[in-house]
Design a protein around this ligand. Sequence first.
Ligand code: GCB
Length: 624
Amino acid sequence: MKISVSRRALLASSFGLPVLSASAVEPLGAPAPITLVAAADRDGADLSGAWRYSIDPYRDGLVGFHGAAAGFGHRRFDEFDVESYSRAHPKALIEYDMARAETCTLPRAWLAHTQSMRHYVGLVWYQRRFRLDALGARRAFIYVEAANYRANVYVNGNHVGVHEGGFTPFACEVTHVLRDGDNQITLGVDSEPSADTVPPLVTDWENYGGVTRPVRLVITPSTFIDDAWIRLTRDGAIAASIRLSGARAANRRVRVRVPALALTLEGRTGADGCWTGAAPAPAELARWSPDSPTLCDVSFEGAGDALRDRVGFRTIETRGEDILLNGEPIFLRGICLHEEEIGAEPARRMTAAAAEQLLRTAKDELHCNFVRLAHYPHAAEVTRAADALGLLVWSEIPVYWRINWDNNQTLAAARNMLAENIRRDRNRASIAFWSVANETPPGASRDAFLRTLIADVRALDDTRLVTAALLTDRVEEGGRPIMTLNDPLAEHLDVLGVNTYNGWYSDDALADLPRISWRSPYGKPMIFSEFGADALAGFSDPELLQKFSEDFQSEYYRQTLAMSTNISFLRGLAPWILKDFRSPRRQHPVFQRGWNRKGVMSETGVRKQAFAVLAAHYDALRRR
Ligand code: GCB
């Protein structure tokens, strides 16, 4: 069966117009920014490797000392050979020379460049050269998978884009500034947070300034498939959407094929270059699940362009207090992760191998079916690995703690991150939840801010659930602690996340934890999106059960897990956290030394006692 639809109303729900930019929220129907889905598979060049770099703590390369734009001799992105120019013009004053600056390897956070960069916060310039063979009538883009936090991009001396947000990809078109042959690219990456950024000044993780994911030169046809999405809808259809970008995007034939299902959807794009089609899912469709992570090859074709992907089909929804995967109730056996590779000196270099190592530990050893990717969008390698291994994913943006709820630019930045994250990962079957916030105190401005984000998720992707990690109230009744969900946002979410640290951040005796009762007036599923306690791997203190001992942590796990079994509306667990992670807030000189020690394994992968406690609990749950 072939069905084709091409109407603005459908497109609004398929591509989630209006489209957002970091600087402002564009009006309905404004052209979308370039998404460049599947950028890594296109022609072009991976610009990973050796780059020159130079720090610029006073932002001399951007702004003069009286506030005007930086002048000649300061602009690191200008394209000329400083050394030969200086010889030819002996009176010229040039206070940088990128061609003779230090060399580093990208991608990775700059703390790995040299010891002196360990705590650097601010602007760093990166530069390298690359070759291009005849572009002809094709288009070219610089695609940056992540640069933390704000990045300016220059090619051959031209400013081609600026991006805010350290965890999502962006593309800058460079078709008209490239030359056949030798070209120069310069990135100015500024890691400095402020009260208005997302995340804001204070978090509980290492900021990892730098270019942490690959940068690519991407070559496309003049009109190309910019966005392509396929999904199983809750009413049992396979729907697909394509958006073409380019001068000839309107009224073009497009086609989506899933050979394993003998399924073809085809039609023509509308005036805006968009098309959506749908057909009932074939009866033989093998649905993706953690137990059976079936992926199918999919091809998207149109305007002479073609993309491939491997996609799983499944539904995720709620019914009362249940979460249903493919129509069946599921309990989520999860664990939280930061984007930090295993090792003594991580540099947020999340290769496919590093992602697989982390996720396999969760899946094969802890018996997880779920991971919470805290507290920002993780590398695409992670969600790809989750698809392949069979792990449901909670994906979130860094709307964390003390956001400036009243600043429209902050809201625009958060909306843009959310949209970029969703557009990047809508084809990943593993993604079950889009989370809009972590531990934010209720209030009118915060509620309005987060309701906007929730509405954006629903417009961009109606096949996932919306969640957030909420704060809770605590009262004592008859000497018994009662934890209550009391947040107006809960009405707008599908699933309620709760981070609970009784016994770690409260002085409850561990043995009392199972007596704590939980109340929710919302009739919705709840997940413990965090619980945990610090332990230094190898530090044992069975007598005293001192905090930071493995014995304390494992007992905390036993008692918290016992508490969890008494909560009728609890549908999942994601303890904090798989691995110890860097956090500048944590400076106990014996136990922490800059690491948050709530991992069930150390930063180098040493399993703590709590690891086995959690694994045994999950093993028992999965056998039920
Ligand atoms: C939390 C935060 C998480 C922290 C954790 C902790 O509630 O969401 O980012 O790292 O607690 O260790 O205190």
